[in-house]
Design a protein around this ligand. Sequence first.
Ligand code: HEM
Length: 502
Amino acid sequence: MVINTIRYKNPNKPKLPPGPKPWPIVGNLPEMLANKPTTRWIHKMMEEFNTEIACIRLGNVNVIPVTCPVIAREFLRKHDADFASRPISVASDIISNGYMTSIFSPYGEQWKKMKKIIAKDLFSPRRHQWLQDKRNGEADNLMFYVYNKCNNGGLVNVRIATQHYCGNVYRKYFFNRRYFGKGMKDGGPGVEEVEHVDAAFILLNHVFAFSTSDYIPWLRLLDLDGHKGKIKNAMRIINKYHDSIIEEKIKQWNDGSKNVEEDLLDVLISLKDVNNKPLLEKKEIKAQVIELMMAMVDNPSNAVEWTLAEMLNQPELFQKATEELDNIVGKDRLVQESDIPKLNFLKACAREAFRLHPITDFNAPHVSMNDAMVGNYLIPKGSHVLLGRSGLGRNPKVWSEPHKFKPERHLKNDESDISLTEPNLKFISFSTGRRGCPGVMLGSTMTILLLARLLHGFTWSAPSNISRINCVDSNSVLFLDEPLTVVAKPRLAAELYNFSSK
Ligand code: HEM
């Protein structure tokens, strides 16, 4: 690899961050294609350059990975306004139906409109309260489902349990239902729900996934890496379930047969502009509803699966967490959202999962709208800044024993409330600034309650043929390599699990 630390002959000219020397036109794309997965190649390259900020030229784009919290804060605090856009990409264009949504839209009026609706109309504290019964119903169904597995040999695929809890909360929130099809008597997902949630994960795995055509636009028609085909197929699956419900609902609101809001789809349809006309068009609603599914299903389920896996290898953590739960909740009732403020050890476990096991290596890209100087380097307009989720969370200059799952590192001396946010960017959970996550309240509640219910309600152990859980990242996204499949036994009285599958 040719090291190119000084990119300009004139020593007074601002320098780009260090990085491999780019080829004409294609930049470092040949190296990127020869070294899959790209995220690992970037981290290895940064190690070789001994740097916490780098510049890689992909086609005509400067990609700037960052693993230093001080520099990350410069980007998202000091220069937040300059770095508040998102890249144009084939995947995000298709998913957002031409940038009609929040996460994927470049900075501009449409992004502002949708972000405001999400923060004020869909996920405000008042709305959170309004939706509590739907969350409770799915937390109870989770207990029912895992309990039924216990009566059936006890082997539980934790990934299925956690992903489908999230999928269920999502469907309850937007479509006021758990099941698209007939449903399952044991509370588990049916074929429709499996297809629905799997399709969302296909979208998540292929968006911002270093597709060649995002850096050499004339390649877009060719779909060389097959990402476009996979995205379109997943969108077809999701639309198959969503479209008829959304269209029927819009019709009902228009003809007056519906006039009471029951879910967030009703809220979106009923929003009005200053002239009392519908604020959102059908295509905006459809795209935003899909994007929010992507926002809701991945992080909580992944954090909880990893936490259980790590705890199985450190049983003393199980003991501490269940002691805390038994002290605060007792064993005569199920843990509730109102218990969350007191469950500090449990929250430290969830924080540790976000630090050590984020679902993706990099945060969603931030695109610069102006040239800026950050960390004494020139970051030219149009650069894609990638804050490293694993790079920050596992940075040995910031964290002692960075690869060890040690929830105690997050406990405070004064026992004040622990939150899952990390505005100092020593790791990334919800990020910060203009493009920060508007789902902190729901995301935290789902993650903590999911973890609390699984730990309070069941004891967990590895199947007899496994001595230790192999806590290894999968190759592309940072899932646990193999879905965690372990044995659950009820800890509480049988009647506490006895919910009918409603
Ligand atoms: C534990 C759960 C969650 C985690 C860890 C999480 C994390 C994140 C992160 C890291 C970002 C990118 C921030 C950036 O670009 O700097 C983000 C963006 C976003 N999240 Fe979440 N999220 C979670 C749940 C949710 C939920 C439940 C919602 C539903 C409202 C949501 C909605 C969004 C939206 C709309 C954005 C895009 C914001 C923008 O581009 O302006 N997230 N989230």
